[in-house]
Design a protein around this ligand. Structure first.
Ligand code: MN3
Length: 217
């Protein structure tokens, strides 16, 4: 069974961009729901995945849609929480250089990231990712789509494009949410660690491994 990771900050830490009310519903209801649905599916099978990073691509490859949707959403949300910070960080060092090389400037990255998120039809995720050479790119995935199915990419940041992520705070204004999100919430020190992992033997961030074996029914 996979556990629901605790939020790495208090519920009100990301306000006013993301309110405590949004975080309570988003983490305690939406994310928890994906984790418990995934565990319920696993409990009915003989599957003993070693990690969520292994389970998500295998569910995708096997076209196990219900398992994929819930497992990918479990992973995407856990990554989303750790990729945000209450500390209004700025990118520095190698990450800042990689941003300038790929996009021109942090402001240019913001424009690309926000445009990708606003232009994405329906629900999904907008990612800042690095390829195996440390080159940065912005990409989106639909619905539960996860960057874990693109093994050549290492995610640095992600913003949730589902309306439950922003509707209480910004109503239908996804652009306003994403602009405020980009200015205040990226965990740039986490992103720098992820980027460094593409250039070394270090492992990128991983979902907490399952506790015990999943019982076969
Ligand atoms: Mn969500």
């Amino acid at each position: 069974m996979f556990a629901l990771p605790a939020l790495p900050y208090p519920y009100d830490a990301l306000a006013p961009v993301i309110s405590a009310e949004t975080l309570r519903f988003h983490h305690d209801k939406h994310h928890a729901g994906y984790v418990s649905a995934m565990n319920a599916i696993l409990a009915r099978t003989a599957a003993h995945p070693a990690s969520l990073e292994a389970l998500v691509p295998s569910a995708a490859a096997e076209s196990d849609i219900r398992l994929f949707n819930n497992a990918a959403q479990a992973w995407n949300h856990a990554f989303y929480w750790v990729a945000m910070s209450p500390y209004h960080e700025q990118p520095t060092g190698e990450l800042e250089m990689a941003i300038n090389t790929a996009f021109g400037s942090l402001a240019d990255l913001k424009a690309v990231f926000v445009a990708a998120g606003v232009g994405h039809f329906g629900s999904g995720w907008v990612w800042l990712a690095a390829d195996m050479h440390g080159r940065l790119q912005v990409t989106t995935t639909h619905d539960a789509g996860s960057i874990l199915t693109q093994p050549q990419l290492t995610p640095l940041l992600v913003a949730d494009l589902w309306e439950h992520a922003y509707y209480l705070d910004h109503r239908n204004d996804r652009r306003a949410h994403l602009e405020a999100w980009f200015d205040a919430l990226p965990n740039w020190s986490f992103a720098a660690t992820q980027l460094a992992a593409t250039r070394s033997d270090a492992s990128p961030w991983g979902y907490p491994p399952p506790s015990g074996l999943v019982a076969a029914s």
